[in-house]
Each structure stands twice: as structure tokens, then as C-alpha cells.
Design a protein around this ligand. Structure first.
Ligand code: FAD
Length: 413
């Protein structure tokens, strides 16, 4: 079966739905194909950061998102290996009635919400249960994809541009020779849902506890005493230490002096599942003739925080901008599409590099403890670090954090 579209998007996660939503009102005929039937789970911390929220606000969707079951994100609680804690809560400065800058929303709900919103656009058709297994080429130009539906029928979806938004194991990235899993730039993480977690404060929690190093342990509060709990580590370190993340997490929950009482009455309410995070410290070339890659398919995850939804949404916005220009020029070759990589370089690379430096610093226990000692003494620095995650202008704060003079002044002097 053959289906003709202008743009064929592979993957209905935030990157894919985001691209379609940014193409609304363009008159372009858009298809989104996903191998799953929604609502479907996606292993994630479920943290919708300040950056994600800004893009969702621009799309007019943030208030609607908060109608889904969620935990509000008013700030961040961090702690160091030697036990220095700090909490930055935006309500302290802006007042208790201030609205949250972010939220914790289960991906089963978030992704279904975004895909439904995308599918509600007149120019967008959604095909669920369609597994893409190959691209279609005319010479050097990619002109579509082949997909298998749940009944085993083969479909050809033809489009001037194919968007690979198919996540960490992207078939599209693979087919254009961009798929790579570099253990120094790839994190593996596990997460489970718990009920009965005590002491949560409507802020996301990132704890650099000894057992999780060189990764971190998180508690992201949902409704009531429910939470998304997990930990992640660089693939290189997992391989080196033969680390079993599920076991380590279980040990932290049951034995760590900081957490064992908080989890005393907590019950797991899901399986503990793992998944990979391709980091933006080594992002992939995001374009080829007739193709763009967004989100995890392009390896865009923040190397320090593990945040990928915001970067997938940002990439979807930039991809849509380049797609519109390509249709205006009627040129779908890499000569036109390389503009997308230039935009990623301008809008994302500086912060990805800053966050990579922080990740490196965080992998050395002595430096991490020193960093937290400084944070404890310097409220301004504390607020800045937290603002890189939860503010509505994360980029400005990340830029400030990457200023060498600022770092010397705050970390050394
Ligand atoms: C444990 C863990 C915790 C994380 N925590 C956070 C967090 O708290 N906050 C945050 O911002 N980010 C977090 N991330 C990262 C975040 O999950 C990803 O960056 C984000 O999901 C990327 O969105 P995407 O649309 O690019 O890909 P995905 O969300 O992975 O969506 C890809 C879609 O493509 C579909 N697909 C895949 N292959 C095919 C195929 N062959 N044919 C058709 N469809 C296909 C899949 O079914 C899926 O629906 C975490 C990741 C992990 C693993």
C-alpha cells in the first residue's frame, strides 16, 4: 500500500509530535507513524523541565498539560556524596501562589496527550502500530519509508522529507549511517514508580549519593506520595564496574541513611525498567538528503541532567522551521537541510558543552563535594545551577554557568 505525504515523521514521542505541532497551519500533509499503540509507556524520569514548559507554553499546551495527573515542579533538591543538601524552591522568592515552572507527568500520559494534540491538527494523520523498518531511496535522496502494520501488511509512506524521531534505537539514524552508541556519551538508567514515599517537597530531587556515583539517584514527585524513582550512569562506567543499576537502586532505597526512612512504607507500583540515553555531548549529524533527525534519534540529551524532552521539543521546532524553508525553496537536498544542523549548533551546542563539563566534574567525587560546598555558601550560585533546570530561561543561566570568569570567581576564589 502506498501513502503520499509531504512530511513523514517516524516516531510519535515528544520529538515527532512536536515536529507535527510546529508544522500546523502550514498546509503541509504530515503523517506520524509509531510502532506502538498509544497510550504507551516510555521509560523516563517524567520530568518536564523549564525548557520543555516554555515550548509547550508557546504551543498553547502547558496549562492543558497540567490537567493531566502530575506532580508540580517548583524547584530542585540536590545533595552531594558527603551529604550537603540544598533546596531551591521558586515559591520562596515568588510567593506561594506562583505557578510551577515545570512538572512531573508520566510519559504514558504526556506522550498520549501530545500525539492526540498533533493528530487533531487538520494536516496531520497518525498511524499507530506501524513499525518502520527501512527507508526508500531514489538515487541519493530519501523519499519515504517502509512500515509493517500489526497485521503484517507492508506500507510505503512517501514524503519529500522524512523526520527520524524514533528515539534511542532510531532505525532512520541507522539507515543514514548516523547510529552510534559511544559508551562515553551514552547513559543507561532504570526507573520505577513507588507509592508511600515520605518527605517529598514538590521539587525534583537529584542526589549524588556515594552508591550511585559516578551517576545519580533521583526522586521525582508525582501526586500525593507517589514518585518516579530511578538512577542512571554512563555506559562506560556501567561496563567498567559491571554495575547492576537495579540492585544499586534497591540498596539505596533500603539501606541509605538518607532514604531508608523515607522509603520505609513505600511500595513499588511498577516494574523497574531500564533504557538508554544518547547524550548530546556527541550529537549526531542531524540531516541528509530528504532526512532530518530530532530528539534521541539525533542524540540530544543533556549530558548532566539526562533531560531530553526539552531538547527533543526544541529540535522539533528548529526542524519545522527548516522544513518550511525547504518547501518554499522546493529543495529537499542536504544543501538546504544542513541549515538544521547550523541551528542546532547555534541553539544547543553551547549549553550541551557546558552541561558536559558539569557531568565530567560530577564524575570526580572530590570536585563534586567541593562544588556542593561552594553551592552551600553561595546562594547566587545555587540559584543559578537550579535555574539551568527549572527556570523559564534555562539557556541564559547555562550561558552564565559556562562563562570561565564566572566559574573561576565562584568555584576557585
Ligand atoms: C530512565 C530515563 C529517564 C529519563 N528522564 C528524563 C526526564 O526526567 N526528563 C527529560 O526531559 N528526559 C528524560 N529522559 C530522556 C527522554 O526520555 C528522551 O530524551 C525523550 O523521550 C526523547 O523523545 P523522542 O521523541 O526523541 O524519543 P522517544 O520518546 O523515545 O519516542 C520515540 C518514538 O518512536 C517510536 N519508534 C521507535 N522505533 C520505531 C520504528 N522503527 N517505527 C515506528 N516507530 C518507532 C517509539 O515507539 C516511540 O514512541 C530520560 C530517559 C531515560 C531512559
Amino acid at each position: 500500500m502506498k501513502h503520499n505525504y509531504d512530511v513523514v515523521i517516524v516516531g510519535g514521542g515528544p520529538g515527532g509530535s512536536g515536529t507535527a505541532l510546529h508544522l500546523r497551519d502550514t498546509g503541509l500533509k504530515v503523517a506520524i507513524l509509531d510502532k506502538e499503540k498509544f497510550p504507551r509507556d516510555k521509560v523516563c524520569g517524567d520530568g518536564v523541565s523549564g525548557k520543555s514548559s516554555v515550548i509547550l507554553k508557546d504551543l498553547g499546551l502547558f496549562d492543558k498539560l497540567l490537567e493531566l495527573p502530575h506532580g508540580p515542579g517548583y524547584g530542585v533538591w540536590m545533595s552531594s556524596p558527603k551529604g550537603v543538601d540544598f533546596i531551591v524552591d521558586i515559591r520562596e522568592k515568588k510567593g506561594k501562589d506562583t505557578k510551577p515552572n515545570g512538572a512531573v507527568v508520566r510519559r504514558v500520559d504526556l506522550d498520549n496527550f501530545l500525539l492526540t494534540e498533533a493528530g487533531n491538527q487538520e494536516n496531520v494523520d497518525v498511524f499507530q502500530g506501524y513499525m518502520v523498518f527501512d527507508v526508500i531511496k531514489e538515487g541519493d535522496q530519501i523519499v519515504g519509508v517502509k512500515a509493517r502494520d500489526k497485521e503484517g501488511n507492508i506500507h510505503e509512506f512517501m514524503g519529500k522529507i522524512v523526520v527520524g524521531a524514533d528515539g534511542a534505537n532510531s532505525v532512520v539514524a541507522n539507515k543514514i549511517g548516523q547510529f552510534e552508541k559511544d559508551p562515553d556519551h551514552y547513559v543507561v538508567a532504570v526507573r520505577g514508580y513507588y507509592d508511600g514515599v515520605e518527605g517529598m517537597k514538590e521539587v525534583i530531587e537529584i542526589h549524588f549519593v556515594e552508591e550511585a556515583l559516578p551517576g545519580y539517584f533521583w526522586i521525582f514527585p508525582l501526586e500525593g506520595k507517589k514518585a518516579n524513582v530511578g538512577m542512571g550512569m554512563l555506559l562506560r562506567d556501567v561496563q567498567k564496574h559491571k554495575a547492576n543499576l537495579k540492585e544499586i537502586m534497591d540498596k539505596i532505597i533500603k539501606e541509605h541513611p538518607k532514604f531508608k526512612d523515607r522509603f520505609k512504607n513505600a511500595k513499588p507500583i511498577s516494574e523497574i525498567k531500564g533504557w538508554g540515553l544518547p547524550l548530546g555531548s556527541k550529537r549526531r549529524k542531524g540531516y541528509d538528503n530528504g532526512v532530518l533527525l530530532v530528539g534521541d534519534a539525533a542524540s540530544l540529551i543533556d549530558p548532566f541532567t539526562g533531560e531530553g524532552i526539552g531538547n527533543a521539543l526544541l529540535a522539533s521546532k528548529l526542524a519545522a522551521q527548516v522544513i518550511k524553508e525547504a518547501f518554499e525553496k522546493k529543495d529537499f537536498t542536504k544543501e538546504t537541510l544542513k541549515k538544521y544542523d547550523e541551528l542546532l549548533k547555534e541553539h544547543l551546542d553551547p549549553e550541551l558543552q557546558t552541561m558536559y563539563r558539569l557531568q565530567r566534574l560530577g564524575s570526580i567525587k572530590f570536585l563534586l563535594n567541593m562544588f556542593f560546598d561552594k553551592l552551600e555558601k553561595k546562594p547566587e550560585l545555587r540559584e543559578l545551577v537550579v535555574s539551568t533546570i527549572v527556570s523559564d530561561d534555562t539557556l541564559t543561566y547555562k550561558k552564565k554557568l559556562s562563562d570561565p570568569w564566572f566559574l573561576i570567581k565562584n568555584l576557585i576564589l
